[in-house]
Design a protein around this ligand. Structure first.
Ligand code: ATP
Ligand code: FE2
Length: 334
């Protein structure tokens, strides 16, 4: 039995989660948002600094551990990838709490946490379509590592949507706003560049094209939003289907903030159903798709049970890994 506290701080969200034996006892978070511009790294880090004690206190309270912090076995934190000033806030806070409670630290890869939390849905050996702000990858486990079968060659889908939204002046994050606009369109499809290469995708051509179309004043924003979603999601579905065929796996799992999108979920579901070799579709609830502390605690617990933890000088020496890739992590727990 283990009780793990997890800290998330890679980008816009500061979150603290508590997990006990694979059950989520608390998942509290606060996210930095803007009304018109994009994410400013130092402002996001300041947001984390200003909210960390409050989020931590709320999570302890929710989990029923106020005054019983000694029951926590270890502190897991998002080590990377992410925005350096934001990651540093999380690392410093994790070290502070670990020292105070005299507990070990567990460094967690953020992307793999997005993946592993999918286990909560009952998925066991999936192809995972991981679509978030900075990342867009199609990942599956094979001989000791999570392998990246396909990925974006330029922008992450979330950043792509957020950049277009910022251009259109509708603030950050853009995903939910674009989804809402798309629903308002009478399904007027405007053709956009579609780029899939094997299991990889590219988005910068479509972004330029969308921005030109928006500036031309010839199209309604809601129709551009609709067409953006239809085109990008079709690209993701095509690449995921190819990965399913290639690996022979029988499950598709979604992860990352963009997976909150109902239309993306629907398109993936249809593809899974229509495949001759039936594929089961899994998607965690929204609060576990976006960045959150519970997924860090969840993977932290799995790693803790494998004996992966750092104390004393080794804990002090832990640093952020802002560019760490999913396929660079040795997966000894599977
Ligand atoms: P990464 O995991 O790459 O570090 P991230 O930390 O930015 O990315 P997530 O919280 O996993 O974050 O995802 C954030 C992204 O999800 C944002 O780009 C946001 O616009 C997008 N998003 C959130 N809700 C929706 C939605 N309903 N539809 C589309 N996109 C959405
Ligand atoms: Fe994320």
């Amino acid at each position: 039995m283990a009780i793990i506290l997890g800290i998330e701080s890679t980008a816009h969200t500061f979150g603290v989660g508590v997990v006990k034996d694979g059950k989520i006892l608390a998942n509290v978070k606060k996210s930095y948002t803007t009304e018109s511009g994009g994410i400013v790294p130092l402002d996001a880090a300041k947001h984390h600094r200003e909210n960390k004690y409050d989020i931590y206190a709320q999570a302890l309270d929710k989990a029923g551990f106020v005054g019983k912090e000694e029951k926590i076995d270890a502190i897991a934190f998002s080590q990377g990838p992410g925005i350096p000033p934001c990651l540093l806030e999380g690392l410093r806070f994790a070290k502070e709490i670990a020292e105070k409670l005299k507990k070990p630290l567990i460094p967690v890869n953020h992307c793999i946490a997005h993946l592993e939390i999918g286990k909560i849905t009952g998925s066991k050996d999936p192809v995972m379509l991981y679509t978030s702000g900075a990342n867009t990858q199609i990942i599956a486990y094979a001989s000791g590592k999570y392998r990246i079968f396909g990925e974006t060659l330029d922008l992450g889908v979330g950043n792509f949507i957020d950049t277009f939204a910022r251009h259109a002046g509708i603030g950050f994050p853009g995903g939910p706003a674009i989804a809402k606009l798309a629903e308002e369109s009478e399904k007027i499809y405007i053709e956009l560049p579609y780029t899939v290469k094997g299991m990889d995708i590219a988005l910068s051509g479509m972004l330029t094209n969308l921005q030109q179309k928006l500036e031309s004043g010839k199209y309604l924003l809601k129709d551009l939003a609709y067409s953006l979603q239809e085109t990008v999601f079709a690209m993701l579905v095509e690449a995921s289907e190819r990965a399913l065929a290639h690996t022979g796996k029988k499950e598709l799992l979604l992860g990352g903030g963009v997976a909150c999108n109902q239309r993306l979920q629907e398109m993936c579901k249809i593809m899974c159903k229509e495949r001759k070799e039936k594929v089961k579709f899994f998607v965690p609830p929204n609060e576990l798709l976006v960045d959150n502390g519970a997924m860090i605690a969840f993977l932290g617990e799995i790693m803790f049970k494998e004996g992966i933890k750092f104390s004393g000088k080794k804990a002090e020496a832990l640093d952020i890994k802002s560019k760490e890739r999913s396929d660079g992590v040795e997966v000894s727990w599977k």
